[in-house]
Design a protein around this ligand. Structure first.
Ligand SMILES: Cc1cc2nc3c(=O)[nH]c(=O)nc-3n(C[C@H](O)[C@H](O)[C@H](O)COP(=O)(O)O)c2cc1C
Length: 353
């Protein structure tokens, strides 16, 4: 139904507009109790065999929504109704910012891929804090169970020079500390000029050390992960992973989008017309899987790895888990497979693992 009817209709419209409609529809559905129940009944699987103890928490299942879908923490609760065990909101920056000029989001249907150069468009940390505080209150009031775990992905404002980036990350971490279950330091987005340079050991340390210091003084413990790019050389990957093993950083999210355009079926003309941006979906699968495998070998069995990148089929998801990932995230796969994708993966995990 989704692939045959809904997707062809949606793909006729501007990709970013469809994204906004989707968020609006999800929000609306979440307000109507009958629809909420229907969505839950249709898309979620509750099974203790799917639960995962990772980062000191119990994830209801290992399939999450990757960062960038719910940038402002508007629909994480509703995404839980679509069967996602966790949602990574953001990337958030301290101040609101509009992101890059539109158009900046493109579908490549032949390649089951997306190119985006959104550029951290978001409403800033104060708006996100409001949205996340509403969550805490609702949960206290209703004692709701089975909510998705919420990760908060943090980045710097585009106008903040790299030398001042650590202050941006710290601002976000302090402000949102009590409102997220785990945090992801995003230094791997290719759409913010110079950001990926922060993946060197020296820069990464300058970003994470203030966060670790802040965490030490808190009553609660919030895990911190580093999100890495699939475009790093082995030496660069080693340098980023060394920060995980040498400090109290808790784990890795692998990977972000790639700037590579290898092996695409889209015509050169169309590709040139699209221009710069991070590629996600089918063409990223092998590269992301390779990074996850490598990271697992390199950092050993204990550090948590969240795999994301090109999970387009249930087999891709299972391969990520087999390669040593503790959890998987989806984004482009959801656009191409529809709202039942998380459930499908959960079912496959139950039968194949
Ligand atoms: C439109 C779009 C926006 C994204 N925005 C972010 C973001 O703000 N922060 C981030 O860390 N990753 C962002 N990502 C990257 C995803 O979180 C994920 O790492 C990447 O898309 C690979 O997964 P996929 O192939 O399943 O989509 C974005 C991806 C897309 C497609």
């Amino acid at each position: 139904m989704y692939k045959k009817i809904i997707r062809p209709i949606l793909f006729r419209f501007n990709a970013e507009r469809v994204h906004e409609w989707t968020l609006g529809a999800l929000k609306l559905a979440g307000k109507i109790p009958v629809l909420r129940g229907l969505l839950r009944a249709t898309f979620t699987i509750s099974d203790p065999r799917l639960e995962r103890e990772v980062l000191g928490m119990t994830f209801p299942n290992p399939v999450g929504m990757a960062a960038g879908f719910d940038k402002d923490a508007r629909v994480y609760r509703e995404l839980g109704m679509l069967g996602l065990g966790f949602v990574e909101v953001g990337t958030l920056t301290p101040l609101p910012q509009p992101g890059n000029p539109k158009p900046r989001l493109f579908r490549l249907p032949k390649d089951r891929a997306i190119i985006n150069r959104m550029g951290f468009n978001n409403r800033g940390m104060e708006t996100a804090a409001e949205n996340l505080r509403a969550r805490d209150k609702k949960e206290r009031d209703k004692k709701e169970r089975k909510k998705p775990i919420v990760g908060i992905n943090i980045g710097k404002n585009t106008l903040t020079p790299n030398e001042q980036a650590p202050a941006d990350y710290l601002k976000l971490f302090r402000r949102l500390y009590e409102l997220g279950d785990y945090f992801v330091v995003n230094v791997s987005c290719p759409n913010v000029a110079g950001l990926t340079k922060l993946q060197t050991t020296e820069y990464l340390l300058s970003v994470v050390e203030p966060l670790l210091e802040f965490r030490q003084g808190q009553d609660t413990y919030k895990p911190i992960l580093i999100k890495i790019s699939p475009d790093l050389t082995r030496e660069e990957t080693d340098a980023a992973l060394k920060v995980v093993t040498d400090t109290l950083v808790d784990g890795v999210v692998a990977t972000n989008t790639t700037t590579s355009r290898e092996g695409l079926h889209i015509s050169h003309k169309k590709l040139n017309a699209i221009g710069k941006g991070g590629l996600s979906g089918g063409p990223l699968t092998a590269r992301a899987l390779d990074t996850v495998k490598y990271a697992r070998e390199k950092i050993g069995p204990t550090y948590p790895i969240i795999a994301t990148g090109g999970v387009m089929t249930t087999t891709d998801a299972v391969a990520m888990l087999d390669a040593g990932a503790d959890l998987v995230q989806i984004y482009t796969g959801m656009i191409y497979n529809g709202p039942g994708f998380a459930r499908k993966i959960c079912k496959a995990i139950l039968t194949e693992k």
